[in-house]
Design a protein around this ligand. Structure first.
Ligand code: GLC
Length: 549
């Protein structure tokens, strides 16, 4: 059942990884005031909305996805007043703001978890989380075989007042992120209040983090994970700690609250599940509004899997009347420019794919084509900060600077996600490239060669990635076909993706190794690379075309 068209049906949403976007106070960590100062850049880029990664009070064990107080801003990022000022400034500039809500877990420093640790087994304080006795003669084994997304078991044993080992608690992410038990009425009531707290302040939407973790099968049965199994939730079927049907009642409660603020407040689900059909369940008419489409980046630079991801996503979402979304990169995945220069171009969440060398020139060429593909598809699109500059994954960060919990939890075998989180280069010819004050150190070091990838360097270069994104976003705004739902595949060779939007717009992406001929009756609106001539599309190139001559 289609709903009335809202801004989020076709919005381009820019992900700000706050720690790494822009630092105003000179501590080397991005902040709200830094973001506010750069709003004109985002307006000029041509995006509709900004998604800001968690800004709440947090000890930063997982970069702010471990929250100690959901109703306050961490001093590293600013104050509640700064957040209010940012919201007003963004709205005045015509930008919507989406905040990030990790509701599956709190920080281990959250008052509820501290109370739980100080309370007896079976107490109401412990009932907001999952505390269980261990297995084995003395409870020395975890209560079940569940695993953490960051490696190792999903259980950590507590120590009692008597310094003796006690119960275990569940954390599907880091031990500093204990899972909440969403069957507990206090948990539900508090989060209803948190949603209202932020909607009342004027946020336009919320990204609901790790949604698929929010319900567990009662009794917490074993999942049947093999020893050493990895957290590959996109392959799991009937898993007792992921994508459990009970979570949909929570999403309906969330939706009821959002609806009281009117139809233009939205939720986007982060749900990495096994199929587009499973994902569509999260965006049924009385649940969340949209969801990230992880099948698209997982498809890699491969015409068959891309086509399948596009078709299956559109079909599954159409069934429930929800718009599609497309994404290539985020703060959790290897940057797509680097992936596209590797033999294996697909991605797994949490950068589980091992780092290998990448042909960055090839990756850049494909990233340019992929941007035009993504921005020509019907639905919303998510850009990850820095992709518009053509930033690559930084694969050689010194090991002693790595902060992603994956690094420690994997026994130093998986470097984790820091390589896609390196602070943005804004200007100048040496680090910190305008990210922070000149004498300050960014929290992760930037490569020297980013001097050619700063916003300033790329702004006036007609061939830069930034110019390509700006031009594409501007065209997307002015071509009504690109804001419509129409989409029709056109006949093409198997290694080519060609589709029309409306009567006069066509996108053709050549993923083959050969040049292909262009229909003579079209006009090129935008090309991802220089064309040899107007009749040929080189390999790894996308064109936007006007077709009605
Ligand atoms: C989501 C976030 C990721 C975070 C995890 C735990 O997957 O995108 O960055 O580590 O949830 O909150």
């Amino acid at each position: 059942m289609p709903t009335a068209r809202q801004w989020w049906h076709d919005a381009v949403i820019y992900q700000v990884y706050l720690r790494s976007f822009a630092d105003a106070d000179g501590d080397g960590i991005g902040d709200i005031t830094g973001l506010q100062a750069r709003l004109p850049y985002l307006v000029d880029l041509g995006v509709d909305a900004v998604w800001i990664t968690p800004w709440y009070r947090s000890p930063m064990a997982d970069g702010g996805y471990d929250i100690a107080d959901f109703r306050d801003i961490d001093p590293l990022f600013g104050t509640l007043d700064d957040a209010d000022t940012l919201l007003a400034a963004a709205h005045a500039a015509g930008l919507r703001i989406i905040i990030d809500l990790p509701a599956n877990h709190t920080s281990h420093t959250h008052p509820w978890f501290r109370d739980a640790l100080n309370s007896a087994p079976g107490s109401p304080e412990r009932a907001r989380y999952f505390f269980r006795d261990g297995r084995g003669d003395t409870g020395e084994l975890p209560p079940n075989d569940w695993i953490s997304a960051f490696g190792g078991p999903a259980w950590t044993r507590t120590t009692g007042d008597d310094d003796q080992p006690g119960q275990w608690y569940l954390h599907l992410f880091a031990p500093e992120q204990p899972d909440l038990d969403w069957t507990n009425p206090q948990v539900r009531a508090d989060f209803a209040d948190i949603l209202r707290f932020w909607f009342d302040r004027g946020v336009d939407g919320m990204r609901i983090d790790a949604v698929s973790a929010m319900a567990k099968v009662p009794g917490l049965p074993d999942a049947g994970h093999a020893p050493g199994a990895r957290f590959e939730s996109s392959t799991w079927v009937d898993n007792p700690h992921w994508d459990v049907d009970d979570l949909h009642t929570i999403l309906r409660e969330f939706r009821t609250i959002a609806d009281t603020y009117g139809p233009d407040r939205m939720f986007v689900a982060e749900a990495i599940v096994r199929s587009p059909e499973r994902l569509a369940r999260y965006v049924r008419p009385d649940e969340l509004h949209t969801a990230f489409n992880f099948d698209f980046p997982r498809a890699g630079w491969n015409p068959a899997t891309l086509r399948e991801a596009i078709d299956r996503s559109r079909d599954a979402l159409h069934e429930v009347g929800a718009p599609a979304t497309w994404v290539l990169s985020s703060h959790d995945e290897t940057r797509h420019l680097t992936r596209f220069g590797r033999a294996d171009t697909s991605t797994l969440p949490m950068t589980l794919t091992a780092g290998t060398d990448s042909d960055l020139a090839l990756g850049t060429r494909r990233a340019r084509a992929a941007a035009l593909l993504m921005l020509a598809l019907p639905g919303g699109a998510y850009l990850y900060q820095g992709e518009e500059l053509g930033l690559e994954e930084v694969t050689d960060l010194p090991e002693d600077l790595l902060q992603d919990p994956t690094w420690e939890r994997s026994g130093h075998t998986i470097r984790g996600r820091d390589g896609c989180r390196v602070p943005l280069p804004w200007s100048g010819d040496h680090p910190p490239f305008g990210f922070t004050t000149d004498n300050a150190q960014p929290w992760l070091p930037q490569p020297d060669n980013w001097k050619s990838k700063t916003v300033a360097a790329e702004s006036d270069d007609p061939d830069s990635m930034l110019t390509l994104y700006r031009t594409a976003l501007q065209l997307r705004r002015t071509l009504p076909a690109l804001r419509s739902d129409s989409f029709d595949w056109q006949p093409s060779a198997p290694d080519v993706l060609a589709f029309d939007r409306g009567q006069s717009f066509r996108c053709v992406v050549n993923l083959s190794r050969q040049p292909i001929a262009v229909d003579p009756d079209v006009t090129v609106l935008l090309a991802s690379t220089h064309l040899w001539d107007s009749q040929t599309i080189p390999p790894d190139t996308a064109l936007w075309l006007r077709t009605n001559q």
